[in-house]
Design a protein around this ligand. Structure first.
Ligand SMILES: Nc1nc2c(c(=O)[nH]1)N[C@H]1C(S)=C(S)[C@@H](COP(=O)(O)O)O[C@H]1N2
Ligand SMILES: [Mo]
Length: 298
């Protein structure tokens, strides 16, 4: 496995970044190994943030509220062995080892924009599997309308768990059509490496058209349910964090504008950039919300 296409990204300022295809072609011309994962039509051509940016500026409140806390403390989390319980309205419920759970599901690279509700963003080269394939394998019953997820709770390994305002586990959920959308992945790594603990090892959700808080980390439970599930940020402040949480520059957070965002790692020449509706994935996902008022279903 080679990290060749990324080595340059790690050291090259974004404004000088050669496009990815040129880098891959360049690597091939130099006789370097080909990248481990084939490109995907779902990936953006934008320059990925550096591995450093992606793994040192994190939100993962189980390890503390500061952006640097997850990188400092998440190493304590034991991610192997790992099992995931699948329950609810599903043909094949059970507690699966991670390997058994994802067996047979193709792992692809997906380079996605990632936009936090706090108005910062990054470009992340994930690798993972489409949630749709896993749900098909598990057999979703017709009565199921939503998918609910839970993060592991291990107070001994997660110093942020004690005290604080959150009723652990961290919980998230998607409507079934959102979960089945091909852009929705369960990510098992980034930059061609296993998922760093601070980014949600060993398996986390990534839903690129939604605010980052929907992309729940360190998943240990996947439940197929009939009703809209209770989710962490929506429970904490429903007027600030909706269940849908689609990236939307037209609907401000009550305490700040969502019209623009700060691209992390942009360096000297970076200013704020405009936030795109559905984080730029509108062509693919806007039809999921036809007929919904997104100022109410924020
Ligand atoms: N379990 C858990 N998952 C979580 C969070 C968290 O605090 N706990 N934070 C969310 C938020 S607010 C964001 S922006 C992303 C950050 O992902 P990253 O650290 O990989 O960039 O994770 C999301 N998933
Ligand atoms: Mo976030």
């Amino acid at each position: 496995m080679s990290d060749a296409p990324y080595t340059r990204a790690d050291v090259t300022p974004q404004h000088l970044f050669l496009n990815r295809r040129a880098l891959i072609a360049g690597a091939a011309a130099l006789g370097l190994a080909r990248p481990a994962f084939a490109g995907s039509p779902y990936s953006t051509d934008e320059a990925p943030n550096s591995f450093e940016d992606i793994t040192t500026y994190n939100n993962y409140y189980e390890f503390g509220y500061d952006k640097a806390d997850p990188a400092a403390y998440a190493g304590k989390l034991k991610t192997d062995p790992w099992s995931v319980t699948v329950d609810g309205l599903v043909d094949n419920p059970g507690t699966y080892s991670l390997a058994d759970l994802i067996a047979g599901q193709p792992i692809e690279e997906r380079i996605y924009r990632f936009r936090c509700v706090e108005a910062w963003s990054m470009i992340v080269p994930w690798q993972g599997l489409q949630l749709s394939g896993l749900l098909q394998k598990l057999g979703v019953k017709p009565e199921a309308k939503y998918v609910a997820f839970e993060t592991v709770v291990r107070p001994d390994e997660m110093p942020g768990i004690t005290g604080g305002m959150i009723d652990w586990p961290y919980r998230e959920g998607l409507r079934l059509d959102e979960a089945m959308h091909p852009l929705t992945i369960l990510a098992t790594g980034l930059y061609g490496k296993p998922m760093p603990n601070q980014n949600g090892a060993p398996i986390r959700l990534v839903v690129p058209w939604k605010y980052g808080f929907k992309s729940i980390k360190a998943i240990v439970r996947i439940s197929l349910v009939a009703e809209q599930p209770v989710t962490t940020w929506n429970t904490l402040a429903a007027n600030e964090y909706g269940f849908y949480a689609n990236v939307n520059p037209e609907v401000d957070h009550p305490r700040w504008s969502q019209a623009s965002e700060r691209r992390i790692g942009g360096g000297l020449f970076a200013g704020r950039i405009d936030t795109l509706k559905f984080n730029g994935y509108g062509d693919q996902v806007a039809s999921l919300y036809a007929g919904q008022d997104l100022t109410k279903d924020y």
